[in-house]
Design a protein around this ligand. Sequence first.
Ligand SMILES: Cc1ncc(C[n+]2csc(CCOP(=O)(O)OP(=O)(O)O)c2C)c(N)n1
Ligand SMILES: [Mg+2]
Length: 350
Amino acid sequence: MAATNKSSAGTRAKGATRSSGAAKSAAPAIAEFSKDEELHAYREMLLIRRFEEKAGQLYGMGLIGGFCHLYIGQEAVVVGMQMAKKDGDQMITGYRDHGHMLAMDLDPKGVMAELTGRRGGLSKGKGGSMHMFSKEKHFYGGHGIVGAQVALGTGIGFANKYTGNGNVAMAFFGDGASNQGQVYESFNMAELWKLPVIYVIENNKYGMGTSVERASATTDLSQRGLSFGIPGEQVDGMDVRAVKAASDKALAWCREGKGPYILEMITYRYRGHSMSDPAKYRSKDEVQKMRTEHDPIEQVRVRLLENGWATDDDLKAIDRDVRAIVAESAEFAQNDPEPDVSELYTDILL
Ligand SMILES: Cc1ncc(C[n+]2csc(CCOP(=O)(O)OP(=O)(O)O)c2C)c(N)n1
Ligand SMILES: [Mg+2]
């Protein structure tokens, strides 16, 4: 199963900071993980990776219609944040959303069946890859309109403050989205009203086929809140410990009522923008270098082995468990019936 352990115990800060922005303060670059935390991070990231590999296969077999954007390579971002958050904190993201759903403990069977458009899917087979929600698990989508989730996430932060529930909203968006106007309207309101929102910029270096250098006048996206007085920092988004440490700090900032916070996660997607991306805008060597030198899962695997916290066999057993969950979800997603025709007339605005 997906996320169960939200523990932050055993985390000790060390190292220097890359923190910058309106409110500079020392942020831990890395959090040392306990054995349980390393194992948890390993399993969670592996579940996302294996789930998406399977989704890619099903797409190739023609079983998934419409769009399908894979998150492979970026797993440490959402898992590090999941490990720092408290129950009740919300996540909202764009269309590259399967990893966020699994990290928020949405049922893998329901997610996979939604991809194949079956009635047991989380949106009854009518939403597809980009449109799944779970109020119960505090996951607010899944949005196909670039940047829409930034304004909506700000609204969730407003609701948190208005009701005084003590929760923090995490709004994830890309480097491409970070140039949108509604992002800055949101920043202004969030800081003005000191809303508990973390803006998580997943800088995977490209917006579709356009590199951040070609598209952005300034490329340190952590500083985009400067004119509003919102602090921000760049984080190694390929290292789950760095993500966890930065998230701990940002969450504490928001919970203390100090307003929003920006975390720019420096990350990379291994696959194309979507399944139909010929990827002519970057070299195979560039992708290969990231995979071999910075893979988020491999980093944890090596630490687990080096610390003597797991053997090869232990890790193979985790992989088997994860593959079984994914196989079960794929089986369900292929055998569950399609929605009844009458569903065409439900859940719509007339
Ligand atoms: C308002 C709007 N404009 C354009 C698009 C088409 N579009 C989809 S994804 C995308 C690129 C976004 O890149 P980024 O924010 O870096 O996110 P990533 O795909 O890298 O995760 C664009 C332009 C859209 N879906 N919505
Ligand atoms: Mg991008």
